[in-house]
Design a protein around this ligand. Structure first.
Ligand code: RB5
Length: 147
């Protein structure tokens, strides 16, 4: 599995922890920055992660900022992206099973790294359930085409 990672300055340390965690599991990570705690603008980092997911070069994306809100909003502006802001494991599981989320957004100022890593593991290892959820996801895609 290939995972595209990105964070702003507020999410930098958590992004590094996630990268280490995934690398230890032998997952392939593409790190689109940021690479230090100097301030950057989260939409600039969301974009390359979005592109990696949309092109298929990554299976999933993970975006971290202070709250996760800015990253989720930025990523969800792009067609085909279903970014889920998760601060608990139940939401992470449902975002995959029900929403077929392809990007996980996390808030490094909201949750600790232990919970974040649990959320990451659940997100990456939970399959979309399809069925009635497929129809709903297709309606979102239709709305994108009309926008
Ligand atoms: C940066 O200070 C902060 O605004 C950003 O990380 C994020 O929380 C935005 O949604």
């Amino acid at each position: 599995m290939k995972v595209a990672l990105g964070s702003d300055h507020a999410g930098f340390l958590m992004k590094e922890e996630i990268k280490k965690h995934l690398t230890e599991q032998k997952l392939e990570c593409f790190d689109f920055g940021t690479f230090c705690e100097n301030p950057v603008d989260y939409p600039d980092i969301a974009l390359p992660v979005v592109e990696a997911v949309r092109s298929g070069s990554a299976d999933f994306g993970i975006l971290v900022c202070g709250t996760g809100v800015g990253m989720a909003i930025a990523a969800n502006k792009y067609r085909g992206i279903r970014a889920a802001l998760c601060s608990d494991t139940f939401t992470a599981r449902c975002s995959r099973e029900h929403n077929d989320a392809n990007i996980l957004a996390l808030g490094a100022r909201v949750i600790g790294s232990g919970l974040a890593l649990e959320i990451v593991d659940i997100f990456l290892n939970t399959a979309f359930q399809g069925g009635r959820h497929q129809r709903r996801v297709e309606k979102i895609a239709l709305a994108e085409r009309r926008a």
